[in-house]
Design a protein around this ligand. Structure first.
Ligand SMILES: NC(=O)c1ccc[n+]([C@@H]2O[C@H](COP(=O)([O-])OP(=O)(O)OC[C@H]3O[C@@H](n4cnc5c(N)ncnc54)[C@H](OP(=O)(O)O)[C@@H]3O)[C@@H](O)[C@H]2O)c1
Length: 331
């Protein structure tokens, strides 16, 4: 699979990575066996970049990844974790002693002395805009606890703020066919800064597979059931902030665009992923997968040829006609 350098980490990573929130919690039940199959299928298909966080399943995702890494020594994998949500997201909690103890826990969970990349996990803007945050992070790089740091953000303005910092290695942001604002405001800017762009929620939490309809239900412990109104965390993380029924009908139009413009063997989800990773300035897209078949299919999207102009124009049209008004002014 094609690899790109992940910003200031200097590390080559696969253009399709794997998001491992699913392997922790919040997506219904995923057994450890299924989680392991997802990881193995991804690696088999050439994935070398894995995104996790200390809070996914309160450490479960990191621990499963840690056991997987131990079983694949020298495989050239890069794991990016996140910190900052084990306490309430108040600016005062983003301080050196907390960072140190969160990092130590992640190092134990992942079985890594030095974490390759640690991202602040969508902190408040005040933290992203504060010089002191980066002073502490720079010190932690000096101590060797982590090799590099990045920032995972909710909004375009937060991304632009992080991009201005000289030692930020990567910015993680939502980018998908239903979330075009970062394309217009962030991705092109990032290209000139040397900061890597990690595109998350590339399938709009699965909506862009085109498999859901008005009757689809999700398990009670799946955020697509309990966070549609943003009561647990930022609503932009669930279906990319698109109202479910609006999203289902936009996804049906997206699926028909795929059938019209792309060869028969390309699934709707693969087209959605290819759209993300073919945007100049994107380093890697990190779809989540709930089983090995999804993981393998997602990795295969890296091999698709350049998407035709008719398809690209169709994506913009669907966004402009159905979604722009409700989501573009947010995030
Ligand atoms: N704040 C943050 O920093 C933050 C927030 C959110 C996510 N993330 C990261 O980003 C990663 C990706 O985002 P995400 O998992 O939220 O959303 P996503 O990748 O847009 O959607 C994942 C869902 O899409 C469906 N799917 C995946 N592959 C498919 C395929 N080939 N065909 C059909 N359906 C498929 C699966 O759901 P079903 O099987 O149920 O249909 C899967 O759970 C996360 O795992 C996490 O690592 C970070």
């Amino acid at each position: 699979m094609e690899k790109r350098i992940l910003g200031r980490t200097g590390r080559p990573v696969s253009v399709v990575g794997l998001g491992t929130w699913q392997l922790g919690a919040d997506w219904g039940d995923v057994t450890e066996t299924a989680a392991r199959e997802v990881l193995e299928a991804s690696a088999e298909a050439g994935v070398t970049f894995f995104d996790t966080a200390d809070v996914y399943g309160d450490g479960r995702s990191e621990q499963i990844l840690g056991r997987f890494l131990a079983d694949h020594p020298g495989a050239g994998f890069t794991v990016a974790t996140k910190m900052g949500r084990r306490l309430p997201q108040l600016p005062a909690n983003y301080r050196a002693e907390n960072f140190r103890s969160w990092l130590d826990r992640s190092r134990r969970n992942l079985g890594l002395d030095r974490l390759p990349l640690v991202q602040l996990h969508c902190p408040p803007s005040e933290v992203i805009d504060n010089d002191a945050t980066y002073d502490v992070l720079d010190d932690l790089v000096e101590t060797g606890a982590m090799a590099a740091y990045g920032v995972s953000v909710e909004t375009v303005d937060q991304a632009l703020s992080a991009l201005r910092r000289p030692h930020v290695a990567s910015v993680q942001i939502i980018l998908n066919a239903f979330r075009l604002k970062p394309l217009e405001r962030v991705i092109s800017v990032a290209a000139g800064t040397g900061v890597g762009i990690i595109a998350r929620v590339p399938l709009a939490s699965g909506l862009l597979s085109g498999h859901y309809d008005a009757e689809t239900t999700f398990a009670a412990n799946d955020h697509r059931h309990y966070n549609r109104d943003g009561s647990a965390f930022d609503v932009g993380e669930t279906f990319s902030g698109v109202d479910y029924q609006v999203g289902v009908s936009a996804a049906a139009e997206f699926a028909s665009l795929v059938r019209q413009c792309l060869p028969g063997g390309v699934s709707t989800a693969q087209a959605a992923l290819a759209w993300v990773l073919q945007q100049p300035g994107v380093t890697t897209a990190i779809p989540g997968a709930r089983n090995a078949d999804q993981a393998a299919a997602n990795a295969a999207a890296a091999g698709l040829p350049a998407l035709p102009a008719e398809f690209l124009a169709g994506v913009t049209r669907i966004y402009d006609e159905r979604l722009r008004e409700s989501v573009h002014h947010r995030w």
